[in-house]
Ligand binder design. Structure first.
Ligand code: C2O
Ligand code: CU
Ligand code: CU
Length: 492
């Protein structure tokens, strides 16, 4: 029998409790509401093997608490966005429409598509009132990704206002077809975020924290005090930490075993049974919950720290969807050794955050790697000068999914043995990553505490194809969009 993991794996002292600005979550004083399930985005058309989607970024109002509606931003709706489904091997054409009062971008976090335009980082702005078309192929395993804006230096504020949407890739070759896959019935998105309400409104400037903005109210899929009625004994939860800064420490009131089957980049080699899981910002986990022992009316409370974020209430089981989980979910070869090819040192907190001693510059290429080559990245966090101090920096790379080779020379945690694109790095730690790009272009790598990213804790790599050399003439749009992020965010 595999051992059940019942701690968060991470060093408790590095958790954000110590931060003077730490805001604990409170359960909102509002009636319980049905968990919102994002609709599935319908294709505009399918023509000559190409699938067409249109995604509007727009302003709206959403009823979240009792009383007044909250002014929010969303994709094809007032808050968050629809599920955007991709099938591996297919070609997509997207029309991106910006109906916001400011510039934005569409970043496909977890999709390995060319940069910097299709990938949708800061180099791919769409001006207010304009639209842009992009096209790309999807070649990836079955996985959960997401869409969020990435304009320099206003990513954090735009995500805070509500822009984020779930994305899935299905690869018929890599699928475990017997897993729950009925969206909204037994395949459930759990997009975790935290916001503070000011007379039912969000106020990013008022709540802004340079070390990452926290809110006191947990939202799941934009629902406060959410409840989901369970009608099949097996639930597949696709958990995404969509918060700007808060680490999600997910647990349940009954300490039930949740079986993690996938991380950011798809299935783990083996399922990992756990009762607690920590996800830093942008990390994803697919969890299987077996509620077959529950009776009608029984409840299971999902909590972040000590606060209930989602109530699962058992209704009538209409169908038994349990199957035997194979002992091996996916073949992953982690046997790679070699020296370090790339160093990333994440340092500082507050306004002193840097990557390799530098702030982000859109015109500078910080590193290069050849397409199709396996190279080792050593990523460290030097916030360890004082014991028990410092903070976790969640490190994210665009353009590919990496393997975690080691943490401080040791095996990574059992749920880090699959492909990932975001990895928590504790103060004082070195994490070794195996990185291979299969698409070329300019890609970001950065701390996914969104305020750190906006302050400049970000760098960019050129992935080059020697057969098709390219010359890049990169423009500085940060300056144009917002002078410097701190000044922009501190504007009152
Ligand atoms: Cu989730 Cu560079 O982004
Ligand atoms: Cu990304
Ligand atoms: Cu950081």
């Amino acid at each position: 029998m595999t051992k059940i993991i019942n701690d968060y794996l991470f060093d408790e002292s590095a958790f954000d409790y110590h931060d003077a600005a730490f805001k604990a979550l409170i359960r909102p004083d509002t009636k319980r509401r049905a968990l919102k399930i994002p609709a599935i985005l319908k294709a505009d058309k399918v023509e000559g093997g190409t699938i067409y989607y249109t995604i509007h970024a727009q302003v709206g109002e959403t009823r979240i608490l009792d009383g007044k509606a909250t002014r929010t931003w969303g994709y094809n709706g007032s808050l968050l966005g629809p599920l955007i489904q991709y099938e591996s091997g297919k070609h997509y054409h997207l029309t991106l429409v910006n109906e916001l009062p400011e510039v934005t971008t569409w970043h496909w976090h977890g999709l390995n598509i060319p940069g910097p335009i299709e990938d949708g980082g800061p180099h791919a702005p769409v001006q207010p009132g304009e639209s842009k078309e992009i096209e790309f192929d999807v070649h990836q395993p079955t996985m959960t990704a997401w869409l969020h804006p990435h304009p320099c230096p206003h990513t954090a504020e735009q995500v805070w206002r509500g822009l984020a949407a779930p994305v899935t890739v299905v690869n018929p070759l890599d699928n475990l077809p017997q897993l729950p896959h009925d969206w909204g019935i037994d395949d459930i998105p759990v997009i975790f975020q935290d916001r503070t309400f000011h007379d039912n409104q969000w106020d990013y400037q008022a709540d802004y924290d340079m070390d990452g903005t926290l809110g006191d109210t947990a939202l799941v899929n934009g629902t406060a005090n959410a409840e989901f009625t369970v009608t099949r004994p097996w639930l597949r939860l696709r958990v995404l930490n969509g918060a700007n800064r808060r680490e999600l420490r997910l647990n349940t009131d009954k300490n039930i075993v949740m079986t993690q089957i996938a991380s950011d980049g798809g299935f783990l080699p083996h399922a990992v049974p756990l009762t607690k899981i920590m996800l830093t910002t942008a990390e994803r986990a697919e969890l299987l919950l077996d509620l077959s022992a529950y009776k009608k009316g029984d409840q299971l409370l999902l909590k972040a720290d000590d606060t209930v974020i989602l109530t699962l209430t058992v209704g009538e089981f209409t169908e038994d969807n349990r199957v035997e989980l194979p002992s091996k979910l996916k073949e992953i070869d982690r046997g790679f050794t070699g020296g370090v090819d790339h160093q990333v040192i994440m340092s500082g907190m507050d306004d002193a955050v840097k990557i390799n001693g530098k702030l982000y510059d859109m015109t500078r290429i910080d590193d290069r790697q050849e397409i199709g080559k396996n190279e080792i990245w050593d990523v460290s966090n030097t916030n360890d000068d004082m014991p028990g101090m410092g903070m976790i920096h969640p490190f994210h790379m665009h353009g590919m999914e990496f393997l975690v080779l080691s943490r401080n020379g040791k095996e990574p945690y059992p749920n880090e043995l699959g492909y990932k694109d975001t990895i928590a790095v504790n103060p004082g730690e070195h994490v070794r990553l195996l990185v291979e790009f299969n698409v070329a272009g300019i890609f970001m790598y950065h701390c996914h505490i969104l305020e750190h990213e906006d302050t400049g804790m970000m760098a960019q790599i050129e992935v080059f194809d020697p057969k098709h050399p390219k010359h890049w003439n990169l423009k500085d749009l940060c300056a144009k969009n917002g002078v410097d992020s701190m000044a922009a965010n501190m504007k009152m």
